[in-house]
Design a protein around this ligand. Structure first.
Ligand code: FES
Ligand SMILES: [Fe+2]
Length: 453
């Protein structure tokens, strides 16, 4: 209920506030034929983990489509429509074969591209199998995730390459986290650096490091053709040190984040991405975050990560998956509880966005513009036409810059540091790989000297 200007708000307004508006279908609905669903289908999307592909088929549901994924005995990965095109039995009960997957009911054998290889009960001269195709999507494995391209064949892009992902012997390990709610809530959470202070630090337990407790000075920058956001959150972690955390939201549903173990106590320069995540709709009321954990010495020099904690519905840092009991969920909620707690599909008509929701609002606006065709570069280029690796901007940087004499001056300083570091980072776009890394590190040291002086 909106209170008219100058009027005194009246309490106990529950009776007038009972109506629940409809969800926002343009952004939340992703089934076949919906604007957002079609937009997402123009990109390679993760559909399951490599570890899910065993000697048995794996039933999956992606953007409202029931599918089956498998790796046949020759190593070829298939992502097929789940129901057999003979008489509809689910291929999750099928037999993973030397080549393709065989339906359990009458033994029809399907190849990864949807070709029907054999129909053993039909007469030997039958032409039935050559007269149609089974639904199939191109699929591949990368970094422990299985990806599929579910869009129009003529627009299929190359699988994206990300600049810097191969530095320092970096290894990628796949993980997934399932949420019984709409996918956009998981995306919104990623765009909100302020919840790190409250949800993760002050009220429910310290989920990450003590450095997260300080309220950051955030800034949001649109990059690419206006389809990406980078946001810098700058905190003072001691009278001497300043920590900048920069995250990069890429395309419609990728979010890169830095390491969660940053203490902000000693210098670091352009410490790159700790995990890359895809927020993936299962259907309109369920979603799954697929991610790559980045494992390299530079990111975690003192840490022996327990890799068995990175995989299907598990990740090796706190507050990501559902707590074990309802009481624990209530006493110590994390991201999972906060996100799922926004209803199965959050109702934007009931929200009251504030200054701290700038990132969420920016991202939703970009998505709307992208699906309405208002951002020319929002779609990937078809295969063979891309301009090289995607430049990603996620980093943690800790600089030695002494505190200013008053809090307002120091907050202004933090803002200026965020602006300046982002500007000089973008100068590095002229370079690739280790050259880009070295250029940006060098410029960050210049900025440190500039502000420390
Ligand atoms: S239903 Fe699959 S082969 Fe008959
Ligand atoms: Fe969080």
């Amino acid at each position: 209920m909106t209170v008219q200007e100058g009027a005194k708000p009246q309490g106990y307004a529950g009776y007038c506030l009972r109506d629940i508006p409809e969800e926002d279908p343009e952004l939340t609905h992703t089934g076949p034929g919906t604007p957002m669903g079609e937009h997402l289908r123009h990109f390679w999307q993760p559909v399951c983990l490599s570890e899910n592909l065993t000697d048995l088929p794996h039933a999956i549901r992606i953007m409202g489509e029931d599918l089956v994924a498998y790796r046949d005995k020759s190593g070829q990965v298939g992502v097929l429509h789940r129901h057999c095109s003979h008489r509809g039995t689910s291929l999750e009960y099928g037999i993973v074969s030397e080549r393709g997957i065989r339906c359990c009911y009458h033994g029809w054998l399907f190849d990864a591209d949807g070709t029907i290889l054999v129909t053993p009960g039909e007469p030997p001269n039958s032409k039935l199998k050559d007269s149609f195709l089974h639904g199939a999507y191109p699929a591949l494995e990368k970094g422990g995730l299985v990806f599929a391209y579910m869009g129009p064949a003529e627009l299929q892009p190359d699988f994206p390459e990300f600049d810097g992902y191969d530095l320092w012997d970096n290894r990628l390990k796949g993980f997934s986290i399932r949420f019984p709610c709409n996918w956009l809530q998981v995306t919104d959470n990623y765009m909100d650096p302020i919840h790190g202070v409250f949800l993760h630090s002050r009220y429910n337990g310290i989920h990450l490091t003590p450095a997260w407790d300080e309220i950051p000075v955030p800034q949001y920058f649109e990059v690419g053709d206006g389809e990406d956001v980078i946001y810098a959150s700058v905190r003072r972690t001691s009278p001497e040190m300043v920590w900048l955390r920069c995250n990069h939201a890429i395309g419609p549903n990728i979010g890169e984040a830095g390491t969660v173990w940053e203490q902000g106590k000693s210098e670091s320069y352009f410490l790159r991405v700790g995990n890359t995540r895809w927020m993936m709709p299962i259907d309109d009321e369920n979603s799954v975050m697929f991610g790559w954990a980045h494992l390299n010495e530079r990111l975690d020099p003192d840490r022996n990560r327990d890799e068995s904690m990175i995989g299907h519905n598990r990740i090796d840092f706190d507050a990501q998956v559902a707590r074990d009991t309802y009481e624990e969920q209530q006493r110590n909620p994390g991201d999972w509880e906060a996100i799922v707690g926004q209803r199965r599909i959050a109702r934007h008509g009931l929200e009251h966005p504030g200054a701290t929701d700038e990132g969420v609002q920016m991202r939703r606006r970009q998505m709307r513009q992208a699906i309405r065709g208002e951002i020319p570069g929002a779609l990937p280029k078809p295969a063979g036409q891309n301009d090289g690796p995607i430049l990603t901007y996620t980093h943690d940087t800790v600089l030695r810059i002494p505190e200013r004499s008053s809090e307002p001056e120091d907050r202004k300083l933090l803002f200026d540091v965020g602006t300046r570091l982002t500007e000089v980072m973008l100068e590095g776009d002229a370079y690739r790989g280790i050259e880009r890394q070295e250029f940006v590190e060098g410029r960050f040291k210049d900025v440190e000297a500039e502000f420390a002086g």
